[in-house]
Design a protein around this ligand. Structure first.
Ligand code: ZN
Length: 222
């Protein structure tokens, strides 16, 4: 009785300290390592490319197993493009990937907050920023001019990548897709106060990658 009370008070105190501290300590010890996460993504994409998918973790049993809590092994920031669904192209299932999708895989506040949550609260140790060929948001940014409604916010976010590679040889849209991914990777790695600290401590890796719409391959950027 007495011990239960002490534990209860202890838990209440931890709760009062803020979920972050307690959860980080717990989740960091449970999270899948960056190396394992990278390998799982690479293996899943290989299966998808050759149409030998395993369709893991898509059963009613899996649904029940994770109903009380999630422990995704990686987070992905990808484009909203209907041709690039991360769970499909990495052959993953329920509870495997923490996915944030915005046209042009841009990083704005809510996207950053979501990714921070996956690292800080869910123990994710690996983030992939995934762009893709012939991205409509990138094409709009390359085209320039006025975009209606809030589409302008996408264009604005990608514009620095356009400016950076405009004079480079090769296909401009392809170059911007890569530059935009690289820019977002850097933004994540240097994001204070949370993600940059995890990177410094060796508890978080961030890769940039591009998806090929034709053959389905995901290529990690150097
Ligand atoms: Zn796109």
């Amino acid at each position: 009785m007495k011990r239960a009370s002490v534990v209860l008070i202890g838990l209440t105190m931890l709760g009062a300290l803020g979920a972050g501290l307690a959860d980080t300590a717990v989740e960091q010890s449970l999270g899948v390592s960056s190396e394992v996460a990278r390998q799982k993504l690479a293996d899943g994409n290989k299966r998808y490319v050759v149409a030998r998918q395993a369709h893991p973790n898509q059963t009613a049993e899996r649904r029940a197993e994770i109903a009380a809590g999630q422990k995704p092994f990686a987070a992905i920031l990808s484009c909203a493009d209907s041709r690039v669904p991360p769970e499909v192209i990495f052959d993953q299932g329920l509870g495997d990937l923490f996915v944030v999708r915005l046209a042009g895989n841009i990083l704005e506040d809510a996207a950053l907050g979501s990714l921070e949550y996956s690292v800080e609260h869910l123990g994710v140790n690996h983030i992939m920023v995934l762009g893709h060929e012939r991205c409509g948001a990138v094409q709009a940014a390359v085209k320039g001019g006025e975009a209606p409604g809030s589409i302008g916010s996408l264009v604005k976010a990608i514009q620095p990548a356009v400016d950076k590679v405009r004079s480079q040889p090769g296909d401009l849209v392809d170059n911007v897709v890569r530059a935009n991914v690289a820019m977002v990777v850097q933004q994540l790695k240097s994001s204070e106060p949370l993600l940059a600290e995890f990177v410094k401590k060796g508890k978080l890796t961030v890769d940039g990658a591009v998806y090929d719409l034709d053959d389905g391959k995901v290529v990690i950027l150097p």
